[in-house]
Design a protein around this ligand. Structure first.
Ligand SMILES: [Fe+2]
Length: 183
């Protein structure tokens, strides 16, 4: 069995490295918020980054593959909503770095961490607005919870950023539900 000097297996040491990255902040900073605050907030922001990046890619998937009588309106609506998430993705990632964290922002890292359900590979056209609305609503619910979590942790600036993101998601949900409206 391959062991290191510390007597641990190589695979265990790799696991330890991963756990350390989750628990500790990797970068030193002059930032005045405490390590404990920044550690909690970085975890919350990385989770938000994963969800809104995943959400944006799922909405783009809908934008490209939607068909039918409502094609043009939905094609444009999905693109507009996806576009509103471009800046928040970048802002959240950079806030994580401002706090001394590591942004887990690659497609693979985000997809692995996102808790949003995946859009069916070949979605049913009649379900697509509802499918996207479900995911937007869930992302908004998760972001809204973190408004309080990050404020309670002691970081009002990150909390404020999450308010902005939640407002964007709430507006996207309003657009999608208005589209689905049946009198
Ligand atoms: Fe496009």
């Amino acid at each position: 069995m391959a062991t290191s000097g510390s007597g641990k297996k190589k695979s265990d040491r790799k696991k330890d490295d991963k756990n350390d990255l989750a628990k500790k902040l990797p970068f030193a900073t002059r930032h005045d918020l405490s390590d404990a605050t920044r550690t909690k907030v970085v975890a919350a922001l990385n989770q938000t980054l994963a969800e809104i990046f995943d959400l944006q890619s799922q909405i783009k998937q809908a934008h490209w593959n939607v068909k039918g009588a409502s094609f043009f309106g939905l094609h444009k609506l999905f693109d507009e909503i996806a576009g509103t998430l471009t800046e928040p993705v970048d802002t959240v990632a950079e806030r994580i770095l401002s706090l001394g964290g590591f942004a887990k922002g690659s497609v693979r890292l985000a997809a692995a961490a996102s808790t949003l359900p995946e859009l069916p590979a070949e979605f049913r056209q009649e379900d697509i607005v509802g499918d996207i609305a479900d995911r937007v609503a869930l992302a908004a619910k998760l972001a809204r919870k973190r408004i309080d979590d990050t404020e309670d942790a002691g970081d009002k600036v990150s909390s404020d950023l999450l308010i902005e993101i939640t407002a964007i998601l709430d507006k996207a949900l309003y657009f999608l539900e208005a589209y689905q409206f049946r009198a």
